[in-house]
Write a protein that binds this ligand. Sequence first.
Ligand SMILES: [Zn+2]
Length: 546
Amino acid sequence: MLQITPLGGLGQIGMNMMVIETAQDALIIDCGVMFPESKNLGVDLIIPDFSYLQKIKHKVRALLLTHGHEDHIGAVPFLLNHLQTKIYGSRFTLALLKHKLTEHGKSKTKLHVVQPHELIQAGCFKIEFLQVTHSIVDGMGIAIQTPMGTMIHTADFKLDDHPYHGRSITLQKFKEYGKKGVLLLMSDSTNVEREGKALSETKIAHEIEKICKTAKKKIIFSVFATNIRRIEQMFEIALRLNRKVVLSGRSLETNVPIAIQEGFISKKAASVLMDLDDLDALEPKKTMIICTGSQAEERSALARIAIREHRLIQVEKEDCVILSSRFIPGNEKAISDLLNNLCRQGADVYYDKVADVHVSGHAHASELRRMIGAVKPKYFLPVHGEYRHLVRHSKLAQGMKIKKENVFVCENGEPLIFHDVNRVQKGQKMNLERVFVENEGLDDLKLDVIRNRKKLSFSGIVFVCLVRDKKTKKLLSPPYIWTMGVFDEVQHAAFLKKAHHYIFQVADQYAGPSTDFSEEVRLQTRRFFKRKTGKKPIVKPIVIDI
Ligand SMILES: [Zn+2]
């Protein structure tokens, strides 16, 4: 028996995690986080539910990391609170992870750097990491030889025939496995809705350089801090245009030195780098600022620049601002406000919709077809995508002559069970909870807490304090009512007076040894407030017997 269990990333974008197991051994592929749609409820991160892994932790032989994006490595420090295993990944992936683990007080964790095409044995599995192109350097797909056959996980990938600096990664290795026979292909579905193929990084680099050449004053370039290849492009453009580069944004200030140290940005290109505090000494036309905040994240460098709250950087008329990333769904309104603010200040603003300043790191439909054509798997499981992406990718695979009954659409917690090479079926879906993290991981928040926070923000809270005689259980004084977030207490003083009177009557009516006294007060108070406000606030009775 062999079982594939997705614990994240199937039916959603982000929080990628997959388990492959036999009766004796198990492997984990990736361990990522997801960012909440809204920070309003105080949630910093969402991480996978590790309860299934806790049950099988005795047989987990390795954690394989495909690349250094947060949705693939971000939850590793949390996983290590539950189990210890060997961690494998490429040089850059593990350099980023090491920094993250140090921040979490886990700097002593041993990490195993793998080279492309190096073979690793983990339990009964033989593993090979395969280089892929993605929007972060050093990304890897994974080929796993299992007792039942070879399984290939593409990880996040795209095919770029004209990558920047000509560092093309071909499908050759995937084809070699395809020739030998592949049992299962798990492939990235993120961009399956986009037909054709993505623009090449070389084309993007040329377009960005063209824009930079026309810039009269400062260039402010906003990008994801993990997009090292594009940051390197900007360093080289700055070198050619005789500009100096300063960085603004915590993640950039962390990742760029790691990339330079690991040789992913050349020392020559990095020679343009200056300290942000020296910005004043630079003429605007000799300046390039690379910053975070292309998604208008609150408190990010670009968000602060746009509202003139950045300590050192101000936008001026004729500055050139480039947002080199796509607008992630859910962030459009914030990005739109940010663009408006930058335009108001007279900047020339370039972004995805108006100029070729960004290309996605995920394969479009025709590239996905090429991957399936190279690997020629017997079975196909689309991964990394919302449900509609998975369904569309499954149809694309059927169009590539994979038998309909051999293509599966699974969501998180839905295992795929290989009884033998000819008998594969979906298992019973596990109940997985989303685990919410706040305070940098000091606390795990349960779903109930989030529900209560939502409720509090929607309808507020009412405290009712009742003091009773401990023997007779009769009220000794009128109830004290205190509301928060329900309405303005001064404006609604008359209603509150009525509420006092009503609760006093209720309390009197239910006074006695009944244990339901508190619950009855809660229900009656909630009903009374609903009649006034149309909403049911949270009611907390506090009963003191003296
Ligand atoms: Zn990625």
